[in-house]
Design a protein around this ligand. Structure first.
Ligand code: HSE
Length: 308
């Protein structure tokens, strides 16, 4: 068999208050890998797109996820990978999870497609845990399945596909610095006030419901996160001003994407989306941070083979 090509979309996970449980696949950004069968070992022969990612097979989430899939299949074969990184590492856009999703998908495809995409979430999440320091599927699940997902990180994982909100536009603003998930998890509070717990729980449940019902207005009323966002805000220079600039430009909600430092804002108006992106970029510049913004929709199909 020759080379195959696989694309895995970026994701927001957590969506606002749904810490470690709610995730959303987004279009525009993603990782692409090529893979082919070889004898015995798993190797990465090329990484393009971004510097600084490990080529060692036991350190990169593409190869770790592939190795987990081969283990699950009970076979001792090899794969060569070429990785085209499209998601900036350490940006809060689920880059390591997308790589893991692509690696798991490719291994399964090359060796007989024995598992469903849902069954690949476990191996991909094990691989992501290697770099994030925690076992949670709020990026791997949407990246593999597409749309919004609800997951519980117990063994076995509980995974529910929630669907899409058709009119939703997500403005992602990605500042030019890395924030490691491990570091962003160290600042999390050990105890939570009951009032904040109730507010976040209600909002997270309502977000799940909003995606299931394709209800943009309900979603737009539920982004507020009283627990994780305030704890992480100080890790992102200018966070409060950037968020304010998004809301002033007409966004219906704004929060940190995953562990940050990217922010996401939502609207259902194309023109406003551009204005929101520009306003957030200008605001980051006031904190001496270059940034890029992307107007995205949800990625409906998730990880898939690229047909050429
Ligand atoms: N849910 C995780 C976090 C995702 O927010 O720490 C990190 O990519």
């Amino acid at each position: 068999m020759n080379w195959i090509k696989v694309f895995a979309p970026a994701s927001i996970g957590n969506i606002g208050p749904g810490f470690d449980v709610l995730g959303l696949a987004i279009d525009t950004l993603g990782d692409t890998i090529q893979a082919k069968k070889i004898d015995e070992s798993i190797v990465i022969s090329e990484i393009t797109g971004f510097d600084g990612l490990p080529k060692e097979a036991d350190k990169n989430t593409v190869s770790i996820a592939a190795s987990e899939v081969l283990k699950k299949l009970g076979i001792n074969e090899g794969i060569e990978f070429k990785i085209e990184k499209g998601i900036p590492p350490g940006s809060g856009l689920g880059g390591s999870a997308s790589s893991a999703a692509a690696g798991a998908f490719a291994a399964n495809y090359l060796y007989g497609e024995k598992f469903s995409k849902k069954e690949l979430i476990g191996p991909a999440t094990t691989a992501e845990a290697f770099v994030s320091g925690g076992y949670f599927a709020d990026n791997t699940a949407p990246s593999l399945l597409g749309g919004a997902t609800l997951t519980r990180e117990k063994h076995p994982l509980d995974i529910v596909s929630l669907g899409n909100i058709d009119e939703l536009l997500v403005v992602i603003v990605c500042p030019d610095f890395k924030l490691l998930t491990k570091k962003a998890r160290e600042v999390l509070p050990k105890n939570v006030p009951m009032k904040s717990f109730i507010s976040n729980m209600a909002n997270a449940c309502l977000i799940a419901s909003a995606f299931s019902k394709n209800d943009y207005n309900l979603f737009s009323r539920c982004i507020n996160d009283e627990i994780i966002e305030p704890a992480r805000a100080s890790l992102i220079p200018g966070f409060l001003n950037v968020k304010k600039s998004a809301l002033d430009a007409g966004a219906d909600g704004c929060s940190i994407s995953g562990a940050g430092p990217s922010l996401f804002a939502i609207t259902n108006d194309k023109q406003k989306a551009e204005q929101i992106g520009k306003a957030m970029k200008e605001s980051f510049a006031k904190s001496n941070l270059e940034s890029n913004y992307y107007v995205c929709k949800s990625h409906k199909t998730g990880t898939s083979l690229v047909k050429e």
